[in-house]
Design a protein around this ligand. Structure first.
Ligand code: FNR
Length: 383
């Protein structure tokens, strides 16, 4: 049976619980990665390859984990990363995740490839907030694939704005869908079971976040992922969208610099949870690269990172090196799958406890005291 949620004391426990209860196909979808899985592996490994340089005897009685994000205050330096097709993970889909987020006041980025529509998700957010005597500080942001068709793009931006999402997070690391090996194997297996050979449809090339999206009740984003978008399209969006824009999936210093030149509010260093390019760099590696080649952009724009963060101490490392805040993906997905909104709440508690303990052991009482000299990255950078 499923362990009581209080027995989940660290992020990996949610995966164990979810794996035990989710349909195989759903677990494959959540846990999957590209090709031989090395981008995912490096995401998990790299955080463990840098060490802290703690300071002691600094009166760490009270600690404050607050950190502003794109002009919105936040109780925590982390948010729930956008993940498509939550209906394959929990029958309550995105509204269930939103409920958990609101209960803890954590921000969330909603995926274009969601099971429910942008309007339905915002409606559930508003209904939930209305039921509270005190408003939750939770804000919803919108993850967006830039459609090449500008009429369609304007339409979508209009919906996002009208719903009240707080900013556009444009995913730029997916001109095509990565090769999701486990999904592919499973699909081929299913095709064979009904006496067919897998037919490679165009959807594999420019399909949704996962090829099963329609079958699992997801919103196919076919026709939205576009191999044709360029920085010119971004310049156009920058002109027509008057809210904040974050580019999700920046993977080298040159593009980080370009994003700054294009007047973008923030960049999210990410390799899409290891689901896109095989042997892409971890966000930590890209962050170190930016520190070396264009340190001047740090502090001029917000820098987010995601991928493989599984412990509050990983979050602290990212912040030491200049990250504004971090995205956490799969742990929240597994928590949702195993326990619904209660699991999402529990996952926030786990991360916050680790953050608060880590801050005290590191000798800081507020996140703005985290500095690059509080980590030692020689091992990561020298081999
Ligand atoms: C994702 N991610 C993602 N990103 C995005 O921009 N749009 C999307 O629809 C999705 N969908 C999605 C589904 C699933 C199942 C996963 C695991 C991931 C990527 C996500 O936003 C984030 O970059 C990574 O999940 C972060 O890595 P961790 O925390 O999962 O290791």
């Amino acid at each position: 049976g499923l362990p009581h949620p209080s027995l989940c004391v660290s992020c990996p426990d949610f995966e164990t619980a979810a794996k035990a209860i989710l349909p195989h196909k759903s677990y494959i979808y959540a846990s999957g990665s590209a090709n031989a899985g090395l981008s995912l592996k490096t995401n998990l490994d790299d955080w463990q390859r840098i060490q802290f340089r703690p300071r002691v005897m600094r009166n760490v009685g009270d600690v404050d984990t607050r950190r502003a994000m794109l002009g919105h205050s936040s109780l925590y330096p982390f948010y729930i990363a956008p993940m498509g097709t939550l209906g394959a993970i929990h029958p309550g889909a995105e509204p269930e995740m939103v409920r958990g987020a609101i209960a803890k006041g954590v921000h969330m980025v909603v995926s274009t490839a969601s099971t429910k529509s942008a309007q339905e998700i915002m409606q559930s957010f508003a209904d939930e907030q209305r039921g509270l005597s005190d408003q939750s500080p939770t804000q919803l942001f919108y993850q967006y694939y830039m459609p090449v068709d500008r009429t369609k793009a304007i339409e979508l931006m209009h919906i996002v704005k009208k719903c009240g999402y707080k900013g556009l997070w444009i995913t730029v690391d997916a001109p095509v869908l990565g090769k999701r090996t486990k999904d592919r194997a499973l699909q081929a297996e299913e095709a064979l079971a009904v006496g067919m050979e897998e037919e490679r449809s165009a959807e594999w090339e420019v399909g949704g976040e996962n090829a099963f999206a329609p079958a699992m009740g997801g919103r196919a984003v076919t026709g939205q992922l576009s191999p044709h978008t360029t920085w010119d399209d971004l310049a156009w969006i920058r002109k027509v969208w008057n809210g904040s824009i974050v580019l999700k999936g920046i993977q080298c210093a040159e593009d980080a610099k370009l994003a700054h030149e294009y007047g973008i509010d923030g960049i999210l260093l990410s390799n899409h949870g290891g689901r896109q390019l095989h042997t892409a760099p971890s966000a930590l590696m890209t962050l170190c690269e930016i520190r070396t080649y264009c340190p001047e952009i740090i502090g001029k724009m917000e820098i987010f990172v995601d991928g493989g963060l599984r412990d509050g101490s990983d979050v602290l490392k990212a912040l030491c090196l200049g990250a504004t805040a971090v995205g956490v993906g799969r742990p929240f997905m597994y928590a949702l799958g195993a326990y619904g909104a209660k699991g999402v709440e529990r996952c926030v508690d786990v991360l916050v406890e680790e953050l608060a303990i880590g801050m005290r052991l590191l000798g800081v009482t507020a996140l703005d005291q985290l500095k690059p000299d509080m980590v030692n990255a020689t091992k990561l950078l020298n081999d």
